[in-house]
Design a protein around this ligand. Structure first.
Ligand code: SF4
Length: 449
């Protein structure tokens, strides 16, 4: 059902919701209904921030609900070109992105069709890690190294995917801006501070950008995101707003989650003296309630929070593995997922030797355990002298190397074949099996012709 804006709503921020039906037409509709480009002139310098949270050079992997579709990016560029805009740059910071990793970025840009976009529309694209960063004060406890190109742009067009996130709950416009910060800042943004924590810091990310316009790409959505092991759905939804907080609140509702359950949105609303109930937002286009659907975001642990529920269900004993918290940064988070898989595979029905694995910057050891694995430099620095540790097994790197992980696991009696690490990237391809025989999951959305 199409809802039209009422005249009494003139002072409210507008969020448009549109069903994706056709290339260009659907993005045009969501842009026009939200008046997204009203303030853009032909001299505007535009920086487009897609979400390319993961890439893999070695195998095809599920991009649905994980990565912004090239379809929506191209349609956005066409609309900008129609406005006479020539200065358009796409920028993404690859999360393992030191300069030496630029091959990964170039592979992603090529396979997602960005070279063709460059030829067709004379745009630029960059891996932000090959470009300068500028130290800025956005209200965190530390200065953030932020992409200079994004800061220099008159407008950042933020194009996140409509997805959930294991720590941030929903991962939309605000969270997508994390990809414009340097790795070292990202580590700090996952802060151990109880007040200025991850959510507080994420809520402050747009503070020094001149203007941010948001288009949420919900052609595919993702449960238990943000990565390729989540569960994607074809939803064909587009959302747009000149006000990022409003777009994120509406996007969160579309994921079946209340904005009040998303700490970063609560913080951002508090900072802006905004209500959480959408009462100062006018929705135009489709009906929010009709399109909203429940998306799981959390990874469930037992009641004590010291063992993943699937481990408890298969009867794992002699192991404590506390639930991750928001201080665990993306790098260690990926490793943490791998560790859980190794441990689950190693479980043969015999109790483990009273082992505890700790990660992030906050966890403390449980007294009485035989061996305590400290994952990452943060954990080592925090607990290396803790009196409740009997035998400490540190994995010190930041992030730790897989070889150090292998050695540490050997000390707790779990031998990992080094070949597994070598072939790990290829393992991402196995996740494609989830989508086999489901024609709604189309690769063409990530291609440019
Ligand atoms: S040790 Fe791990 S969690 Fe800590 S900052 Fe380094 S990569 Fe992040």
């Amino acid at each position: 059902m199409l809802i039209m804006k009422k005249s009494k709503d003139v002072n409210k921020s507008i969020v448009s919701i549109v069903k994706y039906e056709k290339p260009l037409e659907s993005v045009r509709k969501v842009v026009e209904l939200s008046k997204l480009f009203e303030s853009i002139t032909k001299d505007t310098k535009v920086f487009i921030k897609p979400n390319i949270v993961y890439w893999n050079q070695h195998t095809n992997f599920p991009k649905w609900g994980v990565i912004t579709t090239s379809r929506v990016i191209e349609d956005t560029i066409i609309l900008l070109k129609e406005q006479g805009i020539n200065d358009i740059m796409i920028g993404e910071g690859f999360r393992i992105g030191e300069t030496k990793d630029n091959d990964l970025a170039l592979d992603a840009f090529e396979k997602l069709g960005f070279n063709l976009l460059k030829k067709k529309y004379n745009i630029k694209f960059i891996n932000t890690f090959t470009r300068p960063f500028k130290k800025i004060d956005i209200g965190c406890d530390f200065e953030v190294d932020f992409s200079s190109d994004a800061l220099a742009a008159d407008v950042v067009i933020d194009i996140p995917v409509l997805k959930t996130h294991a720590q941030a709950v929903s991962s939309l416009g605000f969270k997508n801006l994390l990809g414009l910060t340097h790795n070292e800042s990202r580590k700090k943004i996952h802060s151990a501070d109880p007040i200025k924590d991850l959510h507080f810091n994420l809520a402050h990310l747009p503070n020094k950008l001149k203007k941010v316009l948001t288009i949420i790409d919900g052609i595919y959505t993702l449960e238990r995101g943000p990565a390729i092991d989540g569960k994607a759905h074809r939803k064909d939804i587009l959302v747009a707003s000149t006000d990022m907080l409003s777009a994120d609140m509406v996007g969160t509702k579309l994921l079946g989650i209340e904005p009040s359950e998303v700490p970063l949105l609560v913080q951002a609303a508090k900072d802006r003296h905004r209500p959480m109930d959408l009462s100062d937002i006018t929705i135009v286009g489709e009906n929010l309630e009709e399109l909203a659907s429940h998306h799981e975001w959390d990874f469930i642990y037992n009641d004590a929070g010291d063992l993943p529920l699937p481990f408890q269900r298969i009867g794992v004993k002699g192991l404590k593995y506390q639930k991750y918290d928001a201080s665990l940064c993306t790098h260690c988070s990926g490793i943490n997922g791998v560790l859980l898989t190794f441990i689950k595979n190693a479980w043969k029905g015999e109790p483990f030797d009273n082992i505890e694995v700790l990660n992030g910057k906050i966890m403390e050891p449980t007294p009485g355990m035989n061996k305590t694995v400290l994952l990452g430099k943060c954990q080592y620095d925090k607990n290396k002298d803790h009196p409740d540790i009997n035998v400490m097994i540190p994995i010190k790197g930041c992030p730790p190397s897989m070889e150090d992980v292998r050695k540490a696991f050997s000390q707790i009696g779990i031998e990992i074949n080094p070949m597994i690490f070598k072939n790990m990237d290829k393992g991402a391809g196995f996740l494609m099996r989830k989508y086999k025989g489901k024609p709604e999951f189309e690769e063409k959305f990530f291609q440019i012709n």
